[in-house]
Ligand binder design. Structure first.
Ligand SMILES: C[S@@+](CC[C@H](N)C(=O)[O-])C[C@H]1O[C@@H](n2cnc3c(N)ncnc32)[C@H](O)[C@@H]1O
Length: 337
């Protein structure tokens, strides 16, 4: 969606943009490459994301200010920087590929990891805390409200039974409990809704988004724009409601329907991320996959997809490479649903 972001922002020199979700810096980089004189204020609550971008040589000589905080607090930071009006806010919601792939963070139901799921590793509440201390009803509500999980009550009950015997400390302990509650087998991972719900609860994603969006309008110049890339219907609903409300106060909604990445972009870029309405390419994952060398493909495949290597054993190197790319593509697409 980089092209769409650029088209809508129509960058001009000396303007100020706020990248609320820096991640690995892809969007900030695109803004600065296309308009080097523009000023970018970039937020991420994950210290690791900020650190990574600070180490990125591209940003060394750019007019970018990194802020390691929740975007909820953007107004205090902008005020401290003497900025009271900006030309654009960009939100690319959810977790980054790096966070998902980090086996210590506990975001992915595919990797065994401690139940953590904090985007801001300095904050107190972890998924472990939620799973092991929240009451059964609270858990059921989280799974239902934030994951639209049909088996929410049953899963909450089983979690409470299991934790009486031993603490539920890892992602795979949780996956086993959730999978045991699902009667129908589908192509989607049985724990994906519960993981989404837990992550939203741990990071209070929906409250934060609602409160932040409300404030952005006060900081927007006349003609300024807010772009939100959302990944599930709960986020999408908040964005639509907020934009509708402000359209009655004189702001204009630029896209009646969510935008999709162009078919060309999706075909060219193997790493297309499925969302409700938006497909999004993650260049860093694609680059990693592109690097797979045919001469050494089995070993690299094993490193990338571990035990699942059995699925593609005994094939030609070309088939293995194709299989790995498709496999990772599927995992990421499922994870983001
Ligand atoms: C999908 S990634 C963004 C990817 C980025 N646009 C890029 O091009 O690399 C989302 C990032 O936003 C951060 N994030 C999510 N919610 C946040 C919040 N409330 N405040 C600050 N950062 C947040 C996450 O830590 C993650 O690094």
């Amino acid at each position: 969606m980089a092209k769409e972001v650029l088209d809508y922002f129509q960058l001009k020199e000396k303007e100020i943009y706020v990248d609320c979700t820096l991640g690995s810096g892809g969007h900030s980089q695109i803004l600065l490459e296309n308009c080097p004189q523009t000023k970018v204020i970039a937020f991420d609550q994950d210290p690791a994301a900020i650190f990574r971008c600070q180490q990125n040589p591209f940003f060394s000589f750019q007019t970018i200010t990194f802020i390691n905080d929740n975007f909820l607090n953007f107004s205090q930071h902008l005020t401290a920087l003497n900025i009271f009006q900006v030309d654009g806010f960009l939100f690319d919601l959810g977790v980054s590929s790096e966070q998902l792939a980090d086996s210590k963070r506990g975001f992915s139901y595919r990797l065994d990891a401690p139940l953590d799921m904090r985007m801001d590793t300095r904050s107190q509440l972890t998924a472990y805390e939620v799973i092991n201390t929240y009451q059964q009803k609270e858990l059921a509500d989280i799974f239902w409200d934030y994951g639209e999980e049909r088996k929410a009550r049953k899963i909450a009950r089983k979690i409470c039974q299991a934790r009486q015997k031993e603490k539920i400390a890892t992602t795979q302990q949780l996956v086993r409990i959730v999978a045991g509650c699902q009667e129908k087998k589908t192509s989607k991972h049985p724990a994906r809704r519960v993981f989404q719900a837990l992550r939203i609860a741990v990071n209070q994603e929906l409250n934060v988004l609602t409160q932040t969006l409300e404030k952005t309008f006060q900081f927007l110049k006349e003609g300024g724009k807010i772009i939100v890339i959302s990944y599930h219907s709960l986020e999408d609903r908040i964005v639509k409601q907020m934009f509708r409300k402000h359209s009655k106060l004189g702001w204009q909604i630029l896209t009646k329907k969510p935008l999709m990445a162009s078919p060309k972009e999706v075909t060219e870029n193997r790493r297309a991320r499925k969302t409700d309405g938006i497909k999004y390419f993650r260049p860093e994952v694609f680059r990693q996959l592109e690097k797979i060398e045919l001469s050494d493909v089995e070993k690299q495949a094993e490193e990338l997809i571990g035990e699942e290597i059995a699925v593609i054993r005994g094939r030609t190197p070309q088939e293995i490479k194709k299989g790995v790319i498709e496999y990772i593509d599927r995992i990421l697409a499922e994870t983001y649903v």
